[in-house]
Design a binder for this molecule. Structure first.
Ligand SMILES: Cc1cc2nc3c(=O)[nH]c(=O)nc-3n(C[C@H](O)[C@H](O)[C@H](O)COP(=O)(O)O)c2cc1C
Length: 384
């Protein structure tokens, strides 16, 4: 039976337990997308929390592929120094992973100064700007940016790189029949809709066949929209992309258009069910269960009952960055629980400085960033 405190070796990398930090974009990079001191402070403090592995939030590999004004970018070698520093900081305490993406049809030009682009014309209701359809040359260029960008990040020393193909961003927007209405070789049939991601994976394998054994995928198990992706498509992800060659697979759900469905689906256990289904399809990959996991007791139950390998923690770690070490010591009742206020999501959407209603809990007090936050909060009368 799997337990949260199991240690093991996977693909030559030691995992000290089965708790991992899910990707969280904090919108605190420098304005040009380079890694800031705040990024290093945040991800470093999460690494200290006791988890075995930390995923840096969605990082764009194209100059215009980010989704927030201060989103991380890594589209040129000039950016690598910062990522090297960030990776080193995480690796003092945990294994490192970085998630890469292109925001595609969901880019908000007001936030990034770049237009939304994608497989097809598509308007996110909250953004209201029609996406420009990418030409075949542009798609091939983006494929190349993913391949060279991922290769650079492996060279920097990240243990794993995760491709983000969920949440309605560019790759999800090609694979989903709801968002992709193309009539050429990148649209229509299942084979065509998966082509862009397949080309990226094949391109990486050609460059270095070892890359795939450290390549992770976050896929969309459901768009929550009729005519979009659903759990019935999970076996297509496996066969179209030969997922057994990759390392760690995570299911997430929802696109911006259907974002309100996410909390409900988590409560109903659909995220958990997707993890279980993927593990059934891919017994030799590491499979993550994530979404709404707030209590160690629930994490332990998932590992016992679902046969998945890793527990992904997002907001639980924002609210209490000692969550993992407390859970490992079975000091569950000392955990500061996420209040489910949604503030961290809201401020990301509104392009505000990332924080939590519990700043006293979520960063080590000695970090520069926490000190600044606490000072700011106390001058505003504090947040309780
Ligand atoms: C502030 C915030 C930022 C997030 N950033 C990312 C991201 O960069 N990439 C991603 O795949 N998911 C992102 N997510 C989703 C989380 O990784 C996770 O799937 C989701 O919050 C559900 O898990 P949880 O209940 O443990 O938080 C973000 C969530 C929040 C709240």
């Amino acid at each position: 039976m799997k337990r949260i405190d199991d240690s093991f070796v996977f693909r030559g990398i030691e995992f000290k337990n089965r708790l991992i930090a899910s990707p969280i974009s904090i919108n605190l990079s420098n304005l040009d997308g380079t890694v800031s001191d705040e990024d290093i402070s945040y991800y470093g403090s999460i690494a200290k929390s006791g988890v075995s592995y930390v995923t840096v939030g969605a990082t764009a590999l194209s100059v215009s592929g980010h989704s927030t004004s201060r989103g991380l970018r890594c589209h040129s070698t000039n950016y690598l120094k910062g990522f090297e520093k960030l990776n080193k900081e995480i690796k003092k305490h945990a294994n490192s992973c970085i998630q890469v993406f292109h925001a595609g049809q969901q880019i908000n030009p007001e936030h990034t100064g770049f237009p939304p682009v994608g497989s097809s014309e598509y308007v996110v209701p909250d953004i209201g700007v029609n996406a420009r359809v990418l030409s075949i040359d542009e798609i091939e260029n983006i494929e190349e940016e993913f391949v060279s960008g991922i290769s650079r990040l492996f060279d920097v020393g990240f243990d794993f790189v995760e491709i983000h193909a969920a949440h309605g961003y560019l790759l999800n927007g090609f694979i989903s029949p709801h968002m992709n209405r193309r009539k050429d070789k990148y649209g229509g049939s299942e084979e065509n809709r998966f082509r862009i991601l397949k080309n990226i994976i094949n391109g990486l394998e050609k460059l270095d066949h070892n890359y795939l054994s450290r390549l992770n995928l976050r896929l969309s198990a459901s768009d929550f929209i009729s005519g979009g992706l659903s759990e019935n498509d999970l076996s297509s992800w496996k066969t179209q992309l030969s997922l057994e060659k990759l390392a760690i697979i995570t299911a997430s759900m929802g696109i911006y258009e259907s974002a309100k469905m996410k909390p409900l689906a988590m409560k109903e256990g659909r995220y958990r069910e997707s993890g279980r289904l993927i593990k059934g399809l891919l017994p030799n990959n590491m499979v993550v269960s994530q979404g709404g996991i707030r209590w160690p007791e629930y994490a332990r139950k998932i590992l016992e009952e679902d046969n998945v390998d890793l527990i992904g923690l997002g907001q639980a770690l924002i609210a209490d960055n000692n969550w993992a070490s407390k859970a490992l010591m079975v000091a569950d009742d000392t955990i500061i629980k996420c209040t489910e206020c949604g503030r961290c999501r809201y401020i990301k959407r509104k392009q505000l400085d990332f924080d939590c209603v519990r700043p006293e809990a979520f960063h080590s007090r000695d970090s520069k960033w926490t000190k600044r936050k606490l000072a700011k909060n106390s001058s505003r009368g504090g947040t309780k």
